[in-house]
Design a protein around this ligand. Structure first.
Ligand code: ADP
Ligand code: MG
Length: 635
């Protein structure tokens, strides 16, 4: 709805982008929980704007109102049903108004929220701030929002932005000289509580208490402007630390634990870091960018994503260092050797905190008060944390020691460490064995596990989707090689199946017949050392990958064909013994061929890749017919 003759004085009407309209609709009609957070979002925007102007003033002397106090002021008017949030921050130009208050920052936001809604999950106000749509949360409580803003740049005039959130907004020039932004919310009938000072004061104390700038309400300051992380350890009050966590993490729960770091010397910094008790929604999305707040000598510099590696991106908190110049730019921080040193120390501290928890879990196991912090951490963040074994070479062993997996020696849902596995290894066992799959129950039934069950050799059962991407890339733990039980060249402790088997019949002839029948479909046919009860199984030949891994790779790369497998045959199995005899009888060849086809199809079925179930059932029916016909000649 662009007007045809733009006039400088008249309000110009603009339409929100289609995506924005849908998003607003969702916000207004689907978000009923935690409506309070609109205030946190507006105050946090004001604080961002104040940080930006403070930063700019470090290098630019021409800023408008250079002497103005950096502050936020709230005014509640119960008569008018309005709430006003005003800051002396950087303000916005007319262009910025349309660019920033008319589009959604992250393109994935809308689809993410829609998916959540469709899947029946309640949309929680808490999520809003995560997705760069904080400003629009104002429409949860306001039927009309007016933004009056005057930019820090002295040459740029002030403007007013007005919208009822229903599709369009207007922008017009106004006469305002004072730097900063005033946002007036004309509250909806049901939201008039937010025009009450007492209510507002409560919300500020709950969500915005630790904002770095004074927040005034009705003339008095409401928040504590205090850098908690600068206090000595002994002076930190647990309640305050929790409240600070809730503030930095935008979480309403208590943290699982925290780290207070003070380092002095060649590198000087303080940090207050937190492990949340629950993974936030979207943690595993590619565009999830949780950042630590980086301060230089007590002044906020930026939200920095390079302070901790990806696999620790669930950690929240603040890092404050004396080692950076105040007017440092983002490019500089990325390359900064001081930050790299800080990062290294922080990673070590986080890993050692986790080690402490793991140790506490071990030493309290079975007691009246078992320490469950490690289990909670691993349940919530383990999948992300595991990525560290591939990306953080320097801490690989430390991370490996912290990983937990199910195994044939744990109950379903219980975990073992690799160290505990090694401690349980059998006399003569040199290898750590694992099996990859979707579900424990399926893995437990794979024929490839029979040998291990019989000999009571422990096998790790890896069912977390990220295991496929991490575990096979590990060659060893301590000095022990890691091996998939699906690999053909498995080193087994003993191999009794083969010895038991060599009773009568012509195995060589049978194996040769199998090879010709399955020509092109299997790489090889060979006697099995690992089968106990089953007649045949498919395993991975040289250079091949696990079936489960192959499936994952095929999902990502359509058209990738399967590598032929090795068919292993249990020479001790009665069926194979019978076939050994039959293969010598030429007029039984048709039956032998059908049996070979059925064995192969059965192995495919078990690994979940049988593509022709109809023929499978047909052959099976034929065999059953001959087995049940009363005067059938002995097969
Ligand atoms: P985010 O804060 O994640 O960028 P928001 O929806 O909260 O997303 O705000 C959108 C943008 O609007 C901000 O990035 C900022 O550029 C601008 N903005 C919002 N409030 C203010 C304000 N009080 N002063 C200056 N700019 C603001
Ligand atoms: Mg914001």
């Amino acid at each position: 709805m662009e007007p045809t003759t733009p006039s400088v004085e008249a309000p110009q009407e603009h339409a929100f982008k289609a995506e924005m309209q849908q998003l607003l609709h969702l916000l207004i009609h689907s978000l009923y929980t935690h409506q309070d957070i609109f205030l946190r979002e507006l105050i946090s925007n004001a604080s961002d704007a104040l940080n930006k102007v403070r930063f700019r003033m470090l290098t630019d002397r021409e800023v408008r109102d250079a002497e103005a106090a950096l502050r936020i002021e709230l005014t509640a008017d119960p008569e008018a049903g309005t709430l006003t949030i005003e800051d002396t921050g950087i303000g916005m130009t007319a262009t910025e108004l349309t660019e920033r208050l008319g589009t959604v920052a992250s393109s994935g936001t809308l689809s993410f929220l829609q998916e959540m809604k469709q899947s029946g999950q309640p949309l929680d106000g808490e999520m809003i701030g995560e997705f760069g749509v904080g400003f629009y949360s104002a429409f949860m409580v306001a039927e009309r929002v007016v933004v009056e803003t005057c930019p820090a740049d002295q040459n740029e005039p002030a403007h007013r932005w007005t919208s009822d959130g229903a599709g369009t907004y207007t922008v017009e020039p106004i006469d305002r000289q004072q730097r900063g932004t005033r946002i007036t919310l004309h509250l909806r009938e049901q939201a008039h509580e937010y025009a009450q000072e007492a209510r507002i004061r409560h919300v500020i104390q709950k969500y915005s208490n630790f904002i770095d700038f004074p927040i005034a309400l009705g003339g008095t300051q409401v928040n504590t402007v205090e850098a908690l992380w600068r206090k000595p350890k002994g002076e930190l009050v647990p309640e305050e630390v929790k409240a600070f966590y809730q503030f930095v993490a935008h979480d309403y729960q208590d943290p699982l634990g925290h780290l207070h770091v003070k380092v002095e010397g060649t590198t000087t910094f303080r940090a207050l870091l937190f492990v949340p008790a629950q993974a936030p929604p979207g943690l595993f999305r590619d565009d999830f960018q949780r950042k630590l707040h980086l301060y230089a000598a007590g002044v906020f510099i930026q939200d920095n994503s390079d302070l901790l590696p990806e696999y620790l991106r669930f950690i929240r908190g603040v890092v404050d260092t004396e080692d950076l110049p105040l007017n440092v730019s983002r490019e500089v921080t990325q390359e900064s050797p001081s930050l790299r040193k800080i990062s290294k120390i922080l990673v070590n501290r986080v890993l050692s905190l986790l080690r402490d928890w793991a140790e506490a879990e071990r030493s309290t196991a079975g007691s009246d008060e078992p320490d469950t912090r490690y289990a909670t951490f691993f349940e919530q963040f383990g999948a992300l944390f595991k990525l560290g074994i591939n990306t953080d070479e320097g801490n690989r062993e430390a991370i490996l020691d912290l990983l937990r997996y199910e195994s044939t020696h744990t109950e379903a849902g219980a975990y073992t460490s690799l160290q505990a596995y090694v401690d349980r290894m059998q006399e003569g066992q040199e290898t750590i064995y694992y099996a990859l799959g979707d579900h424990r129950t399926v893995l437990e039934r794979t024929p490839n596990l029979e040998y291990f069950k019989k000999h009571n050799v422990e096998v790790l059962l890896l069912t977390d989707p990220v295991d496929v991407f991490t575990f096979p890339y590990l060659a060893t733990y301590q000095e022990y090689p890691l091996q998939s039980i699906e690999k053909a060249d498995l080193d087994l402790v003993s191999s009794d199946a083969v010895e038991e088997a060599s009773t009568g019949g012509d195995q060589e002839a049978l194996l040769a017949r199998m090879k010709t029948v399955l020509e092109g479909r299997v790489q090889e046919v060979r006697p099995s050392k690992r089968l106990v009860d089953s007649a045949a199984t498919l395993v991975v030949g040289s250079g091949g990958v696990d079936r489960h891994m192959e499936r994952m790779m095929q999902m990502m790369n359509q058209g990738l064909s399967s590598a032929p497998k090795v068919l292993e045959v249990n020479l001790g199995h009665p069926l194979i013994r019978n076939l050994n005899h039959l293969v010598a009888t030429p007029d039984q060849d048709a039956t032998v061929v059908q049996a070979i086809e059925q064995l192969y199809a059965g192995a495919l079925l078990l690994e979940g890749s049988l593509e022709d179930p109809a023929s499978f059932v047909e052959r099976m029916t034929a065999f059953m017919v001959s087995a049940t016909t009363p005067d059938a000649p002995p097969a």
